[in-house]
Design a binder for this molecule. Structure first.
Ligand code: NAD
Length: 391
Protein backbone atom coordinates (compact mmCIF):
# COMPACT_ATOMS: atom_id res chain seq x y z
CA UNK A 1 0.00 0.00 0.00
CA UNK A 2 2.80 2.38 1.00
CA UNK A 3 4.56 1.52 -2.22
CA UNK A 4 1.57 2.46 -4.31
CA UNK A 5 1.26 5.76 -2.42
CA UNK A 6 4.92 6.53 -3.15
CA UNK A 7 4.42 5.68 -6.80
CA UNK A 8 1.48 8.08 -7.04
CA UNK A 9 3.52 10.85 -5.43
CA UNK A 10 6.46 10.21 -7.76
CA UNK A 11 4.12 10.15 -10.74
CA UNK A 12 2.68 13.50 -9.68
CA UNK A 13 6.10 15.06 -9.31
CA UNK A 14 7.21 13.60 -12.59
CA UNK A 15 4.37 15.35 -14.38
CA UNK A 16 5.68 18.71 -13.28
CA UNK A 17 4.93 19.04 -9.56
CA UNK A 18 6.89 21.77 -7.85
CA UNK A 19 9.14 19.54 -5.73
CA UNK A 20 10.14 16.90 -8.23
CA UNK A 21 11.82 13.74 -7.01
CA UNK A 22 12.39 12.41 -10.47
CA UNK A 23 11.93 14.32 -13.70
CA UNK A 24 12.04 12.81 -17.16
CA UNK A 25 13.95 14.68 -19.85
CA UNK A 26 13.71 13.52 -23.45
CA UNK A 27 16.74 13.43 -25.68
CA UNK A 28 17.46 12.95 -29.37
CA UNK A 29 20.97 11.75 -30.00
CA UNK A 30 21.26 13.44 -33.42
CA UNK A 31 23.06 12.60 -36.65
CA UNK A 32 26.76 12.88 -37.49
CA UNK A 33 28.64 14.29 -34.51
CA UNK A 34 25.53 13.74 -32.30
CA UNK A 35 26.50 10.42 -30.67
CA UNK A 36 30.09 11.66 -30.07
CA UNK A 37 28.90 14.60 -27.98
CA UNK A 38 25.67 13.33 -26.41
CA UNK A 39 27.30 10.60 -24.31
CA UNK A 40 29.97 12.81 -22.68
CA UNK A 41 27.49 15.68 -22.23
CA UNK A 42 25.10 13.37 -20.43
CA UNK A 43 27.90 12.22 -18.12
CA UNK A 44 28.52 15.86 -17.16
CA UNK A 45 24.80 16.60 -16.61
CA UNK A 46 24.26 13.47 -14.51
CA UNK A 47 27.39 14.02 -12.43
CA UNK A 48 26.44 17.66 -11.77
CA UNK A 49 22.94 16.69 -10.74
CA UNK A 50 24.28 14.02 -8.36
CA UNK A 51 26.86 16.46 -6.99
CA UNK A 52 24.15 18.97 -6.05
CA UNK A 53 21.25 16.71 -5.07
CA UNK A 54 22.88 13.40 -4.17
CA UNK A 55 19.86 11.07 -4.24
CA UNK A 56 17.25 13.67 -3.18
CA UNK A 57 16.22 14.60 -6.69
CA UNK A 58 16.74 12.68 -9.87
CA UNK A 59 16.61 13.14 -13.59
CA UNK A 60 15.82 10.33 -15.96
CA UNK A 61 16.82 10.48 -19.64
CA UNK A 62 14.40 8.98 -22.13
CA UNK A 63 15.52 8.63 -25.72
CA UNK A 64 13.23 9.63 -28.57
CA UNK A 65 14.18 9.17 -32.17
CA UNK A 66 14.59 11.55 -35.08
CA UNK A 67 16.86 11.65 -38.11
CA UNK A 68 18.82 8.67 -39.37
CA UNK A 69 18.31 6.57 -36.23
CA UNK A 70 14.53 7.02 -36.55
CA UNK A 71 14.65 6.17 -40.24
CA UNK A 72 16.41 2.91 -39.39
CA UNK A 73 13.99 1.93 -36.62
CA UNK A 74 10.66 3.39 -37.76
CA UNK A 75 11.20 3.96 -41.48
CA UNK A 76 10.50 7.66 -40.82
CA UNK A 77 12.82 10.60 -40.16
CA UNK A 78 10.45 12.28 -37.72
CA UNK A 79 8.03 9.74 -36.24
CA UNK A 80 4.70 10.93 -34.86
CA UNK A 81 5.58 9.22 -31.56
CA UNK A 82 8.57 11.57 -31.11
CA UNK A 83 6.35 14.63 -31.47
CA UNK A 84 3.70 13.13 -29.18
CA UNK A 85 6.28 12.41 -26.46
CA UNK A 86 7.61 15.97 -26.70
CA UNK A 87 4.05 17.27 -26.31
CA UNK A 88 3.59 15.03 -23.28
CA UNK A 89 6.86 15.59 -21.42
CA UNK A 90 7.31 19.18 -22.63
CA UNK A 91 11.09 19.24 -22.27
CA UNK A 92 13.94 17.78 -24.25
CA UNK A 93 17.44 18.24 -25.60
CA UNK A 94 18.68 17.23 -29.01
CA UNK A 95 21.82 16.72 -31.01
CA UNK A 96 22.01 18.15 -34.54
CA UNK A 97 20.04 16.63 -37.41
CA UNK A 98 21.16 16.53 -41.01
CA UNK A 99 19.35 18.42 -43.79
CA UNK A 100 20.42 17.72 -47.38
CA UNK A 101 21.13 20.80 -49.54
CA UNK A 102 19.25 21.53 -52.77
CA UNK A 103 17.13 18.38 -52.83
CA UNK A 104 15.83 15.60 -50.57
CA UNK A 105 13.79 16.06 -47.41
CA UNK A 106 13.10 19.40 -45.70
CA UNK A 107 14.74 20.26 -42.39
CA UNK A 108 13.57 18.13 -39.45
CA UNK A 109 14.69 20.91 -37.11
CA UNK A 110 12.43 23.41 -38.85
CA UNK A 111 9.58 20.86 -38.86
CA UNK A 112 9.93 20.29 -35.10
CA UNK A 113 10.05 24.02 -34.35
CA UNK A 114 6.91 24.58 -36.41
CA UNK A 115 4.91 21.52 -35.29
CA UNK A 116 5.64 22.14 -31.60
CA UNK A 117 5.39 25.92 -31.98
CA UNK A 118 8.84 26.51 -30.47
CA UNK A 119 8.70 30.10 -31.58
CA UNK A 120 11.67 31.65 -29.77
CA UNK A 121 15.17 30.50 -30.59
CA UNK A 122 17.32 31.85 -27.78
CA UNK A 123 21.09 31.87 -28.16
CA UNK A 124 23.32 33.45 -25.51
CA UNK A 125 26.76 34.27 -26.90
CA UNK A 126 29.40 35.10 -24.33
CA UNK A 127 33.18 34.89 -24.32
CA UNK A 128 34.84 32.35 -22.03
CA UNK A 129 38.36 33.19 -20.86
CA UNK A 130 40.98 30.83 -22.27
CA UNK A 131 39.39 30.40 -25.70
CA UNK A 132 41.43 31.46 -28.73
CA UNK A 133 39.00 33.89 -30.35
CA UNK A 134 39.72 35.61 -33.69
CA UNK A 135 38.90 39.20 -32.62
CA UNK A 136 40.77 41.75 -30.45
CA UNK A 137 38.26 42.07 -27.61
CA UNK A 138 36.10 38.96 -27.49
CA UNK A 139 35.33 39.67 -23.81
CA UNK A 140 33.11 42.55 -25.02
CA UNK A 141 30.68 40.05 -26.54
CA UNK A 142 27.88 39.22 -24.12
CA UNK A 143 24.64 39.08 -26.05
CA UNK A 144 21.48 37.01 -26.15
CA UNK A 145 19.89 36.52 -29.56
CA UNK A 146 16.10 36.06 -29.74
CA UNK A 147 15.43 34.69 -33.20
CA UNK A 148 11.89 34.12 -34.49
CA UNK A 149 11.71 30.41 -35.16
CA UNK A 150 8.58 29.62 -37.14
CA UNK A 151 8.12 31.99 -40.08
CA UNK A 152 10.06 34.13 -42.62
CA UNK A 153 11.55 32.53 -45.77
CA UNK A 154 12.63 29.79 -43.39
CA UNK A 155 9.02 28.54 -43.21
CA UNK A 156 9.80 26.32 -46.20
CA UNK A 157 7.02 27.62 -48.47
CA UNK A 158 8.83 27.39 -51.80
CA UNK A 159 8.50 25.83 -55.21
CA UNK A 160 11.02 24.90 -57.83
CA UNK A 161 11.36 26.77 -61.11
CA UNK A 162 8.96 25.41 -63.73
CA UNK A 163 6.89 23.46 -61.19
CA UNK A 164 3.10 23.63 -61.58
CA UNK A 165 2.89 25.71 -58.38
CA UNK A 166 5.57 28.27 -59.24
CA UNK A 167 4.23 28.69 -62.79
CA UNK A 168 0.68 29.21 -61.49
CA UNK A 169 1.81 31.64 -58.82
CA UNK A 170 3.87 33.65 -61.32
CA UNK A 171 0.85 33.81 -63.64
CA UNK A 172 -1.33 35.21 -60.83
CA UNK A 173 1.35 37.69 -59.76
CA UNK A 174 1.87 38.91 -63.33
CA UNK A 175 -1.78 39.05 -64.34
CA UNK A 176 -3.40 40.24 -61.11
CA UNK A 177 -0.72 42.21 -59.32
CA UNK A 178 1.12 43.82 -62.22
CA UNK A 179 4.40 42.05 -61.45
CA UNK A 180 6.76 41.15 -64.28
CA UNK A 181 8.25 37.82 -63.22
CA UNK A 182 9.89 35.32 -65.53
CA UNK A 183 10.13 31.61 -64.84
CA UNK A 184 11.86 31.17 -61.45
CA UNK A 185 11.87 29.26 -58.22
CA UNK A 186 9.56 30.98 -55.74
CA UNK A 187 9.83 31.28 -51.95
CA UNK A 188 7.33 33.02 -49.66
CA UNK A 189 8.33 35.17 -46.69
CA UNK A 190 5.50 35.40 -44.16
CA UNK A 191 6.07 37.66 -41.15
CA UNK A 192 3.04 38.25 -38.95
CA UNK A 193 2.08 40.67 -36.19
CA UNK A 194 1.08 37.88 -33.82
CA UNK A 195 4.31 35.89 -34.16
CA UNK A 196 6.53 38.96 -34.04
CA UNK A 197 4.84 40.34 -30.96
CA UNK A 198 5.03 37.12 -28.95
CA UNK A 199 8.77 36.91 -29.67
CA UNK A 200 9.35 40.51 -28.57
CA UNK A 201 7.35 39.84 -25.38
CA UNK A 202 9.62 36.90 -24.59
CA UNK A 203 12.70 39.05 -25.15
CA UNK A 204 11.39 41.86 -22.92
CA UNK A 205 10.41 39.49 -20.14
CA UNK A 206 13.84 37.86 -20.34
CA UNK A 207 15.50 41.30 -20.19
CA UNK A 208 13.51 42.25 -17.09
CA UNK A 209 14.14 38.92 -15.36
CA UNK A 210 17.86 38.89 -16.14
CA UNK A 211 18.45 42.60 -15.56
CA UNK A 212 19.55 43.24 -19.13
CA UNK A 213 19.65 46.88 -20.22
CA UNK A 214 19.15 47.11 -23.96
CA UNK A 215 17.07 45.42 -26.65
CA UNK A 216 18.05 45.95 -30.29
CA UNK A 217 15.60 45.03 -33.04
CA UNK A 218 17.52 43.78 -36.08
CA UNK A 219 15.74 43.98 -39.45
CA UNK A 220 16.08 44.76 -43.14
CA UNK A 221 12.98 46.96 -43.14
CA UNK A 222 14.42 49.55 -45.50
CA UNK A 223 14.14 47.02 -48.33
CA UNK A 224 11.46 44.54 -47.16
CA UNK A 225 9.09 47.16 -45.80
CA UNK A 226 6.01 45.10 -45.02
CA UNK A 227 7.73 42.02 -43.66
CA UNK A 228 10.92 43.15 -41.89
CA UNK A 229 9.79 46.79 -41.65
CA UNK A 230 6.66 45.71 -39.83
CA UNK A 231 8.70 43.31 -37.71
CA UNK A 232 10.46 46.44 -36.42
CA UNK A 233 7.21 48.40 -35.96
CA UNK A 234 5.42 45.57 -34.15
CA UNK A 235 8.39 45.09 -31.81
CA UNK A 236 8.25 48.80 -30.88
CA UNK A 237 4.49 48.50 -30.29
CA UNK A 238 5.07 45.70 -27.78
CA UNK A 239 7.83 47.70 -26.06
CA UNK A 240 5.31 50.51 -25.48
CA UNK A 241 3.08 48.12 -23.53
CA UNK A 242 5.78 47.83 -20.83
CA UNK A 243 7.10 50.38 -18.39
CA UNK A 244 10.69 49.79 -19.51
CA UNK A 245 12.01 52.99 -17.97
CA UNK A 246 11.29 51.46 -14.57
CA UNK A 247 13.78 48.69 -15.40
CA UNK A 248 16.19 51.04 -17.18
CA UNK A 249 15.86 49.05 -20.40
CA UNK A 250 16.35 50.88 -23.71
CA UNK A 251 14.97 49.68 -27.05
CA UNK A 252 16.49 50.63 -30.41
CA UNK A 253 16.74 49.13 -33.88
CA UNK A 254 19.37 48.57 -36.51
CA UNK A 255 19.45 47.46 -40.15
CA UNK A 256 20.76 43.92 -40.44
CA UNK A 257 23.83 44.53 -42.62
CA UNK A 258 25.03 47.31 -40.32
CA UNK A 259 24.42 44.96 -37.37
CA UNK A 260 27.03 42.54 -38.68
CA UNK A 261 29.74 45.21 -38.82
CA UNK A 262 28.70 46.85 -35.54
CA UNK A 263 28.87 43.54 -33.72
CA UNK A 264 32.46 43.16 -34.88
CA UNK A 265 33.47 46.79 -34.24
CA UNK A 266 31.47 47.67 -31.12
CA UNK A 267 30.21 44.46 -29.52
CA UNK A 268 29.88 46.11 -26.10
CA UNK A 269 27.03 48.24 -27.50
CA UNK A 270 24.76 45.22 -27.74
CA UNK A 271 22.88 43.22 -25.16
CA UNK A 272 19.71 41.51 -26.43
CA UNK A 273 19.04 41.20 -30.16
CA UNK A 274 15.58 40.42 -31.53
CA UNK A 275 15.57 39.20 -35.12
CA UNK A 276 13.46 37.54 -37.79
CA UNK A 277 14.28 33.94 -38.55
CA UNK A 278 16.86 34.09 -41.33
CA UNK A 279 18.82 37.10 -40.04
CA UNK A 280 18.94 35.43 -36.62
CA UNK A 281 20.34 32.27 -38.13
CA UNK A 282 23.21 34.12 -39.83
CA UNK A 283 23.80 36.43 -36.91
CA UNK A 284 24.06 33.69 -34.30
CA UNK A 285 26.77 31.82 -36.22
CA UNK A 286 28.66 35.07 -36.90
CA UNK A 287 28.44 36.10 -33.23
CA UNK A 288 29.52 32.61 -32.15
CA UNK A 289 32.58 32.87 -34.38
CA UNK A 290 33.59 36.06 -32.56
CA UNK A 291 33.91 34.18 -29.27
CA UNK A 292 35.60 31.10 -30.71
CA UNK A 293 33.12 29.23 -32.92
CA UNK A 294 29.78 27.47 -33.09
CA UNK A 295 31.21 24.49 -31.22
CA UNK A 296 30.85 26.39 -27.94
CA UNK A 297 27.58 28.34 -28.17
CA UNK A 298 24.34 26.84 -26.83
CA UNK A 299 20.75 27.23 -27.96
CA UNK A 300 17.15 26.82 -26.84
CA UNK A 301 13.91 26.58 -28.82
CA UNK A 302 11.11 27.70 -26.56
CA UNK A 303 7.35 27.93 -26.97
CA UNK A 304 4.60 28.63 -24.48
CA UNK A 305 4.52 25.00 -23.35
CA UNK A 306 7.41 23.02 -24.78
CA UNK A 307 11.15 23.64 -24.72
CA UNK A 308 13.74 21.84 -26.82
CA UNK A 309 17.40 22.67 -26.28
CA UNK A 310 20.11 22.12 -28.89
CA UNK A 311 23.63 23.18 -29.85
CA UNK A 312 24.03 25.99 -32.39
CA UNK A 313 26.11 23.83 -34.70
CA UNK A 314 25.09 21.14 -37.15
CA UNK A 315 26.18 17.54 -37.71
CA UNK A 316 29.78 18.61 -38.49
CA UNK A 317 30.19 16.21 -41.44
CA UNK A 318 33.98 16.68 -41.44
CA UNK A 319 34.27 15.15 -37.97
CA UNK A 320 34.59 11.42 -38.27
CA UNK A 321 35.71 10.37 -34.80
CA UNK A 322 34.92 11.30 -31.17
CA UNK A 323 38.42 12.58 -30.50
CA UNK A 324 37.75 15.53 -32.84
CA UNK A 325 34.36 16.54 -31.44
CA UNK A 326 33.70 19.42 -29.06
CA UNK A 327 30.76 18.76 -26.71
CA UNK A 328 30.72 22.31 -25.23
CA UNK A 329 27.77 23.68 -27.20
CA UNK A 330 25.63 20.70 -26.19
CA UNK A 331 26.82 20.74 -22.55
CA UNK A 332 25.95 24.45 -22.32
CA UNK A 333 22.57 23.80 -23.97
CA UNK A 334 22.07 21.49 -20.98
CA UNK A 335 22.94 24.44 -18.71
CA UNK A 336 20.11 26.41 -20.34
CA UNK A 337 17.83 23.42 -19.85
CA UNK A 338 18.61 23.17 -16.13
CA UNK A 339 18.09 26.93 -15.72
CA UNK A 340 14.74 26.62 -17.49
CA UNK A 341 13.73 23.76 -15.17
CA UNK A 342 14.67 25.78 -12.11
CA UNK A 343 17.82 23.79 -11.24
CA UNK A 344 19.95 26.92 -11.15
CA UNK A 345 22.63 25.48 -8.85
CA UNK A 346 23.21 22.58 -11.23
CA UNK A 347 23.42 24.99 -14.16
CA UNK A 348 25.90 27.23 -12.34
CA UNK A 349 28.06 24.30 -11.29
CA UNK A 350 28.40 23.05 -14.89
CA UNK A 351 29.00 26.55 -16.30
CA UNK A 352 31.72 27.34 -13.75
CA UNK A 353 33.44 23.95 -13.99
CA UNK A 354 33.46 24.15 -17.78
CA UNK A 355 34.92 27.67 -17.73
CA UNK A 356 37.57 26.56 -15.21
CA UNK A 357 38.49 23.57 -17.38
CA UNK A 358 39.00 25.84 -20.39
CA UNK A 359 41.02 28.35 -18.33
CA UNK A 360 43.29 25.51 -17.22
CA UNK A 361 44.10 25.04 -20.91
CA UNK A 362 42.11 21.88 -21.55
CA UNK A 363 40.61 22.28 -25.01
CA UNK A 364 39.20 20.12 -27.78
CA UNK A 365 40.95 20.09 -31.18
CA UNK A 366 38.78 22.79 -32.76
CA UNK A 367 39.93 25.29 -30.11
CA UNK A 368 43.46 24.22 -29.22
CA UNK A 369 46.34 26.03 -30.89
CA UNK A 370 49.31 24.18 -32.34
CA UNK A 371 51.22 24.20 -29.04
CA UNK A 372 48.32 22.89 -26.96
CA UNK A 373 47.48 19.22 -26.53
CA UNK A 374 43.86 18.66 -27.46
CA UNK A 375 41.37 16.45 -25.63
CA UNK A 376 38.70 14.14 -26.98
CA UNK A 377 35.05 14.93 -26.14
CA UNK A 378 35.12 12.21 -23.47
CA UNK A 379 38.37 13.43 -21.85
CA UNK A 380 37.11 17.01 -21.84
CA UNK A 381 33.90 15.94 -20.09
CA UNK A 382 35.93 14.06 -17.46
CA UNK A 383 38.02 17.17 -16.72
CA UNK A 384 34.84 19.18 -16.21
CA UNK A 385 33.47 16.59 -13.78
CA UNK A 386 36.75 16.53 -11.85
CA UNK A 387 36.46 20.30 -11.48
CA UNK A 388 33.09 20.07 -9.68
CA UNK A 389 34.92 19.69 -6.37
CA UNK A 390 36.87 22.90 -7.04
CA UNK A 391 33.79 25.07 -7.51
P1 NAD B 1 28.14 22.49 -38.96
O1 NAD B 1 27.77 23.33 -37.81
O2 NAD B 1 27.77 21.06 -38.89
O3 NAD B 1 29.71 22.57 -39.17
C1 NAD B 1 30.37 23.80 -39.53
C2 NAD B 1 31.83 23.74 -39.13
O4 NAD B 1 32.00 23.79 -37.73
C3 NAD B 1 32.54 22.50 -39.57
O5 NAD B 1 33.83 22.86 -39.97
C4 NAD B 1 32.61 21.61 -38.35
O6 NAD B 1 33.66 20.75 -38.38
C5 NAD B 1 32.72 22.66 -37.21
N1 NAD B 1 32.01 22.20 -36.00
C6 NAD B 1 30.70 22.34 -35.77
N2 NAD B 1 30.38 21.82 -34.58
C7 NAD B 1 31.52 21.33 -34.06
C8 NAD B 1 31.82 20.67 -32.83
N3 NAD B 1 30.88 20.40 -31.92
N4 NAD B 1 33.08 20.30 -32.61
C9 NAD B 1 34.04 20.57 -33.50
N5 NAD B 1 33.83 21.22 -34.67
C10 NAD B 1 32.57 21.59 -34.95
O7 NAD B 1 27.51 23.18 -40.26
P2 NAD B 1 27.28 22.62 -41.73
O8 NAD B 1 28.50 21.85 -42.17
O9 NAD B 1 26.86 23.78 -42.48
O10 NAD B 1 26.03 21.64 -41.61
C11 NAD B 1 26.13 20.23 -41.57
C12 NAD B 1 24.73 19.61 -41.44
O11 NAD B 1 24.15 19.98 -40.20
C13 NAD B 1 23.73 20.05 -42.54
O12 NAD B 1 22.98 18.92 -42.92
C14 NAD B 1 22.88 21.08 -41.83
O13 NAD B 1 21.60 21.18 -42.37
C15 NAD B 1 22.84 20.51 -40.42
N6 NAD B 1 22.54 21.52 -39.36
C16 NAD B 1 21.71 21.12 -38.37
C17 NAD B 1 21.43 21.99 -37.34
C18 NAD B 1 20.50 21.53 -36.24
O14 NAD B 1 20.29 20.34 -36.08
N7 NAD B 1 19.93 22.42 -35.48
C19 NAD B 1 22.02 23.27 -37.31
C20 NAD B 1 22.90 23.64 -38.32
C21 NAD B 1 23.16 22.75 -39.35
Amino acid sequence: MKNLFMQIILYYYNQGGEFMEEKTILYIEGDGIGPYIMKPAMKVWDAAFRHIYNEDKKIKWKEILAGKKALKEYGKLLPEETLELLKKYKIGIKGPLETPVGSGYRSLNVAMRQKLDLYACIRPVKYMKGINAPVKSPEDVNIVIFRENTEDVYAGIEWEENSKESNELIKILNEKFGVNLKKSSIGIKPISEFKTKRLMKKAIEYAIENKRKKITIVHKGNIMKYTEGNFRNWCYEVAKEYDLEKYNIKVNDIIADNMFQQLLLNPANFDILVTPNLNGDYLSDAAAAQVGGIGIVPGANIGDEIALFEPTHGTAPGIKEPKMANPTSLILSGVLLFEYMGYRTVAELIQKALEKTIQEGYLTQDLANKKQKSLSAEEFAEKIILNFINI
